[in-house]
Design a protein around this ligand. Sequence first.
Ligand SMILES: Cc1ncc(COP(=O)(O)O)c(C=O)c1O
Length: 408
Amino acid sequence: MHQLVKIMDVDSKFSDISKILKGSAVRELLKYAEQPDVISFGGGMPNPLSFPIKDIEDIVHYIFENNGAKALQYGSTEGVEELRELISKRLKSKYNINGKKENIIMLNGSQSGLYMVSKVFLNRKDYVISEAPTYVGAIAAFNAQDPTWLAIDLQKDGMNMEELEDKIKFAMKEKKIPKFIYVIPTFQNPAGLTWSLDKRKHLLELANKYDLIIFEDDPYSEIRFSGEPLPPIKSFDTEDRVIYMGTFSKVLSPGIRLGYVLANDQIIRKIALLKQGVDLCTNVLSQYLAIEYLKRGIIDKQVPKIVELYRKKRDIMLDSLEKYMPKDTTWTRPDGGMFLWVTVNEKIDTTKLLQKALENKVAYVVGTGFYPDGRGKNSMRLNFTYSKDEDIVEGIKRLGNVIKKEIS
Ligand SMILES: Cc1ncc(COP(=O)(O)O)c(C=O)c1O
């Protein structure tokens, strides 16, 4: 006898917010990156050669011989004190950022910081200001609060500051104060661009003038190949209005999921309260790994190795672009980080082109994914850190051919 199976109506039960959530272009692409014959410049992954595997193995032995019980236990929501102290000292000595350990909260990856900071500040339709383009993961995280985006054009040296001030005034006139300005001033993801010192200072002046919060996301500062280091905006912050976020993902490993936020007391308290409901505490074993990584000075030996590895790859990609791209294609020349941004002939739609690129066994991330308002039709993000040197040359050659064919 057949039994009638009742199909549950899940759709009607989803929250309004979950109904508007959409998949990200990066995630969609990861499945192609896994096919062995596709050269993918799509993902945002550090190169596995950058991981200090032997050092971590030694540290793990040390932890379990000395601190095993603590490392396997729940920890405080804010994180292990010794680690927050070490981070506070490093931020002071490297970037002249003043921040006590009490103002640092450890996170399971800085991605969760994007989610929690936006959850702490944004109501539905609140204004949030970002660069255009901006990090696709920030778009996904903030969109979970359904905000109104004011995405400001990113120029070679930072945001278009006139446009920014106009948009701030426009929002003020509507009596809707933008809740925060989200920026990635150094080796921006996706564009690979870096804000000038002038624009960094100008941004803080505007924030002071209009009483706004800056959310400075800084995962890439340590990965500099060329040019002079620039101070983070947080280092000029005398009014405690900059939320600074860092991560161990690019200087140690993304798999250990360890990031942090440095902010004023009130903000840290709110994030901690929220975090108690999200995940109670940050991975304690990872925090002990990071303590030893910093304390033993391994980070200062490892980062130069990562920089060397990536500088070579960036140069190979830049040379290959020069060689294989058609004349009307332009690209950024990053001084660090993991990505560069390519703009192709304006008649080309890179979303449509992706299918052809995949048929030719090369992948990238389409530009529109990095604009909260759907711009960027003829652009793409390329990651230069993950692929083997020879694959970078071959992949750019394939991509150049696909673009040339499309134009002709
Ligand atoms: C700008 C930016 N912010 C945040 C993240 C999230 O990093 P994680 O969660 O690994 O710390 C990334 C990752 O690529 C990023 O590029």
